[in-house]
Write a protein that binds this ligand. Structure first.
Ligand SMILES: Cc1cc2nc3c(=O)[nH]c(=O)nc-3n(C[C@H](O)[C@H](O)[C@H](O)COP(=O)(O)OP(=O)(O)OC[C@H]3O[C@@H](n4cnc5c(N)ncnc54)[C@H](O)[C@@H]3O)c2cc1C
Length: 291
């Protein structure tokens, strides 16, 4: 099936209007942002919203700005905006690395940060990167705002903490001095979804790891993270052996499925390898040895 079922269409002009429209049209209505995940699902009749609420007119949600000791991303920031941002490159090269590997310019010009997180595809890249960064999201409804750590945001494949009547409005990422980060992905061809991808965020004090975040995508990692590998590294040395061991731990605790992208053993091998590689690159960046 390549034709969506019939639906009504509303274009919202403000966040308050989105919330009012969600309430008016009830639980069968859906928000459309970039539409790069939702529209294909509608064509396949995997999604059949009664009403689409278009939030592309919400310029108020398209920004990347530094506020205090965090960077804030509006939910309607496009992938391309993240990729081109000097602020992001300076503070979170993990996001710049990830965006270079997400799809192609057509998708990146349209797809949004909020839509990517809310789609919660198990192979989604920004979820892994933001989880590694210990970001939080701001969710707004008629009752006000709540802030949810990204590590508690995903409830499973395609399920998130956003309930009907709510809108993800912002992602907040803390800036930590002495931190470096990196992201890497193995894909079958340029622009494809990940076979496996991994991201690392390392905060160093000399040769000691004081904090670490490891994000994994496409391998069934709960909340897109590898907490056992993080625990093994925290407080320990920056070394080849420690990073290789963290990779082995992340691989052992990952839960990939065999599919057209490869068998389970191959994916576990990639988890170990990509985790160690991104840790090395994050450490080099934390020390200012690599851009
Ligand atoms: C060919 C192709 C290749 C791709 N490759 C990759 C890839 O390699 N890696 C990757 O990570 N992604 C990839 N994507 C997905 C892409 O990143 C999409 O942009 C993203 O999944 C969804 O963003 P969107 O803005 O298009 O969301 P939409 O499709 O508009 O919405 C997705 C879902 O989120 C909900 N939603 C959207 N915004 C909000 C909000 N602010 N608050 C609450 N709910 C909201 C919608 O109701 C819908 O359920 C690919 C997509 C395509 C088409």
């Amino acid at each position: 099936m390549q034709v969506p079922a019939q639906f009504a269409y509303e274009k919202a002009g403000s966040v308050d209007e989105v919330i009012a429209l969600l309430r008016k049209h009830g639980p069968e209505s859906l928000i459309v942002a970039g539409g790069h995940s939702l529209i294909p699902m509608m064509k396949l009749r995997l999604a059949e919203p009664s009403t689409l609420i278009d939030i592309n007119g919400l310029a108020e949600l398209d920004y990347i700005r530094v506020e205090g000791d965090e960077v804030r991303f509006g939910a309607m920031t496009r992938h391309g905006g993240v990729l081109e941002s000097a602020v992001v490159r300076e503070h979170f090269p993990i996001l710049t690395d990830a965006e270079r590997l997400i799809a192609d310019p057509i998708v990146r010009n349209r797809g949004t940060v909020g839509g990517s997180l809310c789609q919660a595809d198990p192979s989604e890249d920004l979820s892994a990167a933001f989880s590694a960064l210990r970001a939080s999201v701001v969710i707004r409804s008629a009752d006000g705002e709540r802030v949810v750590p990204v590590r508690e945001f995903h409830h499973g494949p395609y399920e998130t903490a956003v309930a009907h009547g709510e809108l993800l409005v912002e992602v907040r990422v803390p800036i930590s001095p002495g931190t470096g980060s990196a992201y890497h992905k193995v894909e079958r061809r340029a622009g494809d979804w990940a076979v496996v991808s991994a991201g690392a965020v390392l905060t160093l004090d000399g040769d000691t790891v004081t904090e670490v975040g490891i994000g994994l995508s496409a391998v069934g990692a709960a909340h897109f993270v590898a907490p056992e590998a993080e625990d093994a590294l925290r407080g320990g040395p920056v070394s080849d052996d420690a990073f290789a061991e963290a990779g082995r731990i992340a691989a052992a605790h990952s839960n990939p499925s065999a599919d057209q992208r490869g068998p389970v053993d191959y994916k576990r091998h990639l988890v170990a390898e990509l985790t160690a590689r991104t840790l090395h690159r994050a450490a080099a960046r934390a020390r200012g040895q690599e851009a």
